[in-house]
Design a protein around this ligand. Structure first.
Ligand SMILES: Cc1ncc(COP(=O)(O)O)c(C=O)c1O
Length: 389
């Protein structure tokens, strides 16, 4: 049924690639995901190593939840936060709450975050892909044309992964109006909201200065601490929603989310409210900007580097070489022990149009400088043995 989106040979190859990445473990340079790795501050680590075993018996779920919610409240300027174990869990609940009938349609943008289509299909819905222009800007007319009587939601990412693009205030307002007109829920995945590494403002739905939309719009926001403060996988996600969706979302959460990991919550709540967090973020931003400069100055000049507006994700254009994205990442892993994500991972609904995914590779630069330098060295050596067009 969904063969046009998920061709089995593609999934099989990507799965095999991921299994190899996991098998190699610490032997390889893994730049396949955006969580900052080995970039956290020593004081964060101390919250784990200095944990008092006696204190563990006094942990209180309600207070810990309140403490993490307070962080999200400040971030999104909105009360009434629903916590989730991860952003993926929040996304699943958001999507499944919107799908009320089999084959209800959720509109996505071509080449968006790779889990969205599967989450929609798992909820018995149908992903509908709106096109982008060749420069990856969303095609607003194509989004409009995707709306049908079966549309239940439009899901966008702000800022986007993998394109690193930021929706402007005007674009968000336009999408709000469309969703109000068509009585469709607007889901905005703000997982990377704190990743403004290049100093640009990232508009948040709940923060728009003049916002007549929120009262009339059915909306859901996804939040996540993991993209800036990921300490050995300790992270929490959240959902914020318009009043009309609170009940269906609570029903979902109630049936799947009854156990919270209190130790994890304890560590995270201490980090999130520590006064040193601000400096940590500034330091992280600087390191990522430096890593980007390294890529620009040292990577083989035949590779196109697409600068993100936000997020630590950089797309590399390898169309100058006689190799496709999947073969590129497979061979790079075997020959140089470097793991990157192939563009084909990010589903492109309209393959017959300009096929940008297949000639791009995504690299996450939220890594220590040495890792980025070693990666650049390895990629350049690999490229020196490839034929260019
Ligand atoms: C845009 C976006 N949303 C959601 C997620 C899911 O986050 P998690 O794996 O922490 O649940 C990711 C993960 O990278 C992401 O990039």
């Amino acid at each position: 049924m969904h063969n046009n989106i998920y061709s089995y040979p593609l999934i099989k190859r990507i799965k095999q690639f991921e299994q190899k990445v996991e098998y190699y473990g610490n032997e390889i340079l893994d730049l396949t995901f955006g969580y900052p790795i080995n970039l956290h501050a020593d004081w964060m680590e101390a919250f784990i190593t200095n944990i008092d075993p006696k204190l563990l018996h006094t942990l209180h779920k309600k207070e810990l939840k309140q403490s993490i919610k307070r962080y999200f409240e400040q971030l999104f300027n909105k009360k009434d936060i629903r916590l989730t174990n991860s952003a993926s869990e929040a996304l699943m609940v958001a999507i499944h709450s919107c799908i009320t009938e089999k084959r209800d349609e959720v509109i996505l943008l071509d080449c968006g975050f790779f889990t969205y289509p599967s989450l929609i299909i798992a909820g018995k819905g149908k992903p509908i892909f709106a096109q982008r222009h060749t420069d990856r800007q969303p095609d607003m007319d194509s989004i409009k044309q995707c709306f049908t009587d079966k549309t239940c939601a439009l899901l966008i990412t702000q800022p986007e992964n993998p394109t690193g693009r930021i929706f402007t205030k005007e674009e968000i307002e336009q999408l709000c109006l469309l969703c109000i007109e068509r009585k469709v829920t607007l889901i905005i995945d703000h997982s990377f909201i704190e990743s403004s590494y290049f100093g640009l403002d990232i508009n948040i739905l709940t923060n728009l200065q003049y916002n007549p939309f929120l009262e009339n719009l059915s909306w859901i926001i996804i939040g996540d601490t993991g993209k800036v403060v990921c300490l050995y996988g300790i992270k929490y996600g959240c959902l914020i929603t318009s009043d009309n969706l609170k009940e269906p979302i609570d029903n979902w959460l109630h049936s799947i989310l009854f156990q919270f990991n209190l130790i994890q919550m304890h560590i995270l709540s201490q980090i999130l409210h520590d006064p040193r967090l601000k400096d940590y973020k500034q330091d992280l931003y600087q390191k990522i900007r430096n890593n980007f400069s390294l890529l620009e100055s040292k990577l083989d000049s035949r590779v196109g580097i697409l600068c993100p507006q936000a997020t630590p994700m950089v797309l590399l254009d390898i169309s100058q070489f006689l190799i496709d994205d999947l073969s590129f990442v497979e061979r790079l892993l075997e020959e140089e022990k470097i793991a990157l994500i192939p563009g084909s991972y990010f589903i492109q609904g309209y393959k017959e149009e300009s096929n940008y995914s297949g000639s791009q590779i995504r690299i996450a630069i939220s890594r220590p400088k040495q890792v980025i330098e070693d990666t650049i060295f390895g990629i350049n050596r690999f490229l020196s043995g490839l034929q260019s067009k």
